[in-house]
Design a protein around this ligand. Structure first.
Ligand code: C2E
Ligand code: MG
Ligand code: MG
Ligand code: MG
Length: 283
């Protein structure tokens, strides 16, 4: 193996690199254990309508309760999960736990808005993705419309025709589709026109600079206008300040998500409206 690398064979003896490899290997083993021993848990972040201030969705964000390192954010293990394909069992676990949680809320007569789950391109492109998804939702009696699948622009670049066909099938089966981190990738507008979407999520990096960078504000206005003309709902993520909130509301953005309105929290710390109360209130 050293020979095949030619001049770079000394790399094998680079102690730093060896350490890194060992670290990644250890993490991979830990992540396998995490999947087997139920160390992954879900947090939920609320999404609010700017039209009537009501709760209009929840996003599921996975956390790893690591036995030694404590609570780990997804940025610290999703990339490794992607590399090792563990993202596929991880993704299914997240969906199954989401279904269990929705069912539990429904059993408590709580109103559950659509729940958004981040889906890795690798998982979405698995041959039996739709069947597997239908089967899991069926197991818990969850309606397809209750689930929003969040995908990213990187997916569309891969194998556009195949991806578009798959997304059409998913939408026809009743699932909601959202394009996450919109504006950070480089999908073309003509591509955007071809993919079926219920929602565009404006990335945090644009929201962050409202009131600071007129260019970011211009981009946001463009995305809102684009959403209106394509009849796709627009949500801004990462809303942290009143100023950002008012800017988005004033310019006709449909919905918002961010620390200003609610951090991602465990299900116990989330308050959902009761069905009876909500019905009474609206009569
Ligand atoms: P994302 O889907 O874009 O999720 C939004 C991220 O922004 C979350 O980070 C959330 O905690 C954070 N956030 C929410 N509001 C604010 C705010 O007001 N300000 C700031 N600065 N940040 C805010 P988190 O939980 O660390 O997740 C990071 C990314 O990991 C997610 O980005 C998503 O791409 C990925 N991820 C999370 N859960 C899953 C999962 O179950 N499966 C897959 N494949 N990816 C996941
Ligand atoms: Mg997301
Ligand atoms: Mg996002
Ligand atoms: Mg983002």
């Amino acid at each position: 193996r050293a020979k095949a690398r030619g001049k770079n064979c000394y790399e094998l003896y680079n102690p730093l690199q060896t350490e890194e490899t060992l670290h990644a290997f250890q993490m991979e083993q830990d992540l396998r254990l995490a999947l087997a021993h139920d160390q992954l848990l879900l947090h939920f972040q609320p999404q609010f309508s700017l039209t009537n201030q009501s709760l209009c969705g929840l996003e599921v964000l996975v956390r790893w309760q690591h036995p030694e390192k404590g609570m780990m954010p997804p940025g610290q293990f999703i990339p490794l999960a992607e590399e090792t394909n563990l993202i596929i069992p991880l993704g299914w676990l997240v969906i199954e736990k989401t279904c269990q949680q929705i069912l539990s809320w429904q059993e408590q007569n709580l109103m559950v808005p659509p729940v958004a789950v981040n889906i890795s391109p690798k998982q979405l492109m698995e041959t039996d993705f739709l069947q597997h998804l239908n089967q899991l939702l069926g197991k818990y009696g969850i309606a397809h419309e209750q689930i929003e699948l969040e995908i990213t622009e990187s997916l569309i670049l891969q194998d556009p025709e195949n991806v578009i066909q798959r997304l059409n099938t998913l939408q026809a089966a009743g699932y909601r589709l959202a394009l996450d981190d919109f504006g950070t990738g480089y999908s073309s507008l003509s591509r955007l026109k071809q993919i079926p979407l219920d929602r565009l999520k404006i990335d945090y990096s644009f929201t962050r600079d409202i009131g600071k960078d007129p260019k970011d504000e211009a981009i946001i206005l463009t995305v809102i206008a684009l959403g209106k003309s394509l009849n796709i709902e627009v949500l801004a993520e990462g809303v942290e300040t009143q100023e950002q909130y008012l800017f988005l509301k004033h310019h006709g953005c449909d919905s918002v998500q961010g620390y200003l309105l609610g951090h991602p929290v465990a299900s116990e710390d989330l308050t959902l409206p009761n069905e009876l109360v909500a019905t009474k209130g609206s009569v």
